[in-house]
Design a protein around this ligand. Structure first.
Ligand SMILES: [Zn+2]
Ligand SMILES: [Zn+2]
Length: 186
């Protein structure tokens, strides 16, 4: 059985938490991971108990909504609140971090940032990450991995493939057989 890769798994988590966002301008989700364990996650939203952009509209000052705390900051603050070390941890985020979050991420000791989508990637943030030795990797999120139908088809195909290969048929026959099965499955 083919299992989902770790980077896609944590990126899926960040996309899932982004659906809790209360700012209509952009829905962002972030997950902090240490030793393949999720230690915190966050989405962009108002402070606890505050007004939500979804109800009161965004509070825009100089082109930015200042009502919300960014997803990356919320994830880091969750660690601060509940006492989990972020040193040498990894951060998975749906969008490239802004300059303010970039500085907090570096200062919190995060060693790797995985992001799914480019978003106004600021040259200063890129420069700061580089100088701090924080590795930044783009991991586009494949939404298909959450599609149970396509997952089960993939698993069926893997099983059939293993069975056909075990028969030690001539290569040409195996290929033809697998192609024919695959076309019927889709
Ligand atoms: Zn807003
Ligand atoms: Zn930010």
């Amino acid at each position: 059985m083919k299992r989902i890769a770790w980077d896609q798994f944590f990126m899926a988590q960040s996309h899932l938490i982004s659906t809790r966002s209360t700012c209509t301008r952009l829905m962002v989700g972030a997950t902090i991971v240490r030793d393949k364990r999720m230690i915190a996650s966050g989405y962009n939203g108002s402070i606890a108990g505050g007004d939500h952009c979804t109800e009161k509209g965004c509070f825009v000052v100089e082109g930015h909504c200042i009502r919300t705390i960014h997803a990356e900051m919320n994830a880091l603050l969750q660690c601060a609140k509940f006492g989990a070390s972020t040193d040498q941890a990894e951060l998975y985020v749906t969008h490239f971090p802004c300059v303010a979050c970039c500085k907090s991420i570096i200062q919190a000791g995060i060693k790797t940032v995985y992001y799914a989508k480019d978003y106004k990637n600021h040259p200063y943030a890129i420069q700061l990450f580089e100088q701090a030795g924080v590795e930044v990797k783009k991991v586009p999120f494949d939404h298909e991995i959450l599609n149970e139908d396509s997952l089960s088809k993939q698993m069926t195909m893997d099983t059939i493939k293993a069975a056909v290969e075990a028969e030690n048929l001539p290569d040409e026959t195996s290929t033809r057989l697998l192609e024919s099965i695959q076309s019927k499955l889709i």
